[in-house]
Ligand binder design. Structure first.
Ligand SMILES: [Zn+2]
Length: 357
């Protein structure tokens, strides 16, 4: 099996130079090169590469609030129209308890719609995040309609973006938008409208968790460095399992910072057993490569060959799969890590199935 791939050049238009971290502005590691490197690799491997069309506002509106979408689309123009404002939006007010009003001023909006200071908005941000969402949607449609595996070259990443808030380099939740897009398509194909999202990024996918918190038709499972000592610090603990109809349909595997590859893959095997038991008709993988031992964030210790194991184990589920690019900041090693993952993913023979899928 050779994977299909979806991309769009506009994802490069988001290019803030810095973000606020540990009390100071530091260089932004989430760079356009992260997507172009992946596209180059897939091209070199002979993957069928498709340009995502524009699906308009409906798919992102099925996941995010109208307020957030209106804000993101207009924010930079409103911000830069004000005298003395910089070319980049980083909020300086936040909503606290008892502050229930929806703001009208751009300064209030910037704080209201952010969960932290690490999602700076620049002139090209809206075009880039809309393109990334289209990449995810196009990939989702192929997976749901054909059962083929697809890699979606999304960036900026999405899994920290909740219904109403941006954060952690994320603006629109590409994986969530993809899962939501798949559900009616699967039903139309006569398949059970159930999707699992497996988040293997080193950071907890707090945005995805929030979006599907009370849902039983999207099962969210995340492996990540323990939020007791790692971003996002405020979500991703083991006791978070969803609520209401969604109770039991969110599962978290917080792993101690520095967890070895062997222990990581053990946890992954456990997570994959849960997904198998859920019986989804499609799988969305929030594919971050920052669990890599050489990643600057140093959360987990997966080696380059280890990503091949990861890919093989995921493919062995035998579920139509969309791979959505999330984090991973060791940019010089990104192609090697993605190549290793795809070697394992594409080379896996599914048990009990004679097609080499
Ligand atoms: Zn991450």
């Amino acid at each position: 099996m050779t994977i299909r791939a979806v991309h769009h050049p506009d994802v490069a238009l988001h290019h803030p130079e810095a973000f606020f971290k540990r009390g100071q502005m530091v260089p932004m590691p989430e760079l356009p090169r992260r997507a172009s490197a992946a596209v180059e690799l897939l091209t070199a491997r002979g993957a069928a590469l498709e340009l995502a069309p524009d699906y308009g506002p409906a798919p992102r509106g099925a996941v995010h609030t109208p307020e957030l979408l209106r804000y993101l689309e207009t924010a930079h123009a409103r911000w830069t129209a004000r005298p003395g404002f910089s070319d980049i939006i980083i909020p300086n007010v936040f909503q606290g308890p008892g502050m229930s009003g929806y703001p009208t001023d751009i300064l209030g909006l910037a704080g209201y719609h952010a969960s932290d200071l690490s999602a700076p908005i620049c002139a090209g941000t809206w075009a880039a995040v809309a393109a990334a969402a289209n990449v995810a949607v196009h990939g989702a449609r192929i997976v749901a309609e054909t059962g083929e595996a697809v890699y979606a070259a999304c960036r900026p990443p999405g899994h920290h973006a909740s219904r109403d808030r941006i954060g952690g380099f994320c603006f629109l939740n590409n994986a969530a938008i993809a899962a939501q897009e798949m559900l009616p398509l699967l039903a139309a194909e006569g398949r059970r409208p159930r999707v699992a999202i497996l988040d293997v990024d080193a950071h907890h996918g707090n945005g995805t968790q929030e979006i599907f918190w009370e849902r039983e038709d999207v099962y969210f499972v995340s492996l990540h460095a323990d939020p007791a000592e790692f971003y996002p610090y405020l979500a991703g603990f083991r006791g978070e399992v969803g609520e209401g109809r969604g109770r039991g349909f969110t599962r978290n595997y917080p792993l101690p910072v520095g967890t070895s590859e062997v222990d990581y893959l053990d946890a992954l095997a456990d997570a994959l057993d849960l997904i198998h038991a859920y019986g989804p008709s499609a799988l969305v993988v929030s594919l971050g490569f920052d669990a890599y031992e050489g990643d600057p964030y140093q959360g987990l210790k997966v080696s380059t060959p280890g990503f091949s194991r990861l890919g093989g184990m995921i493919a062995a589920l035998g579920v139509p799969t969309l791979l959505v690019q999330e984090g991973g900041y060791a940019i010089d090693d990104l192609q090697a890590n993605l190549a290793s993952f795809l070697d394992g993913f594409e080379g896996t023979t599914i048990k009990g199935n004679d097609k080499n899928a």
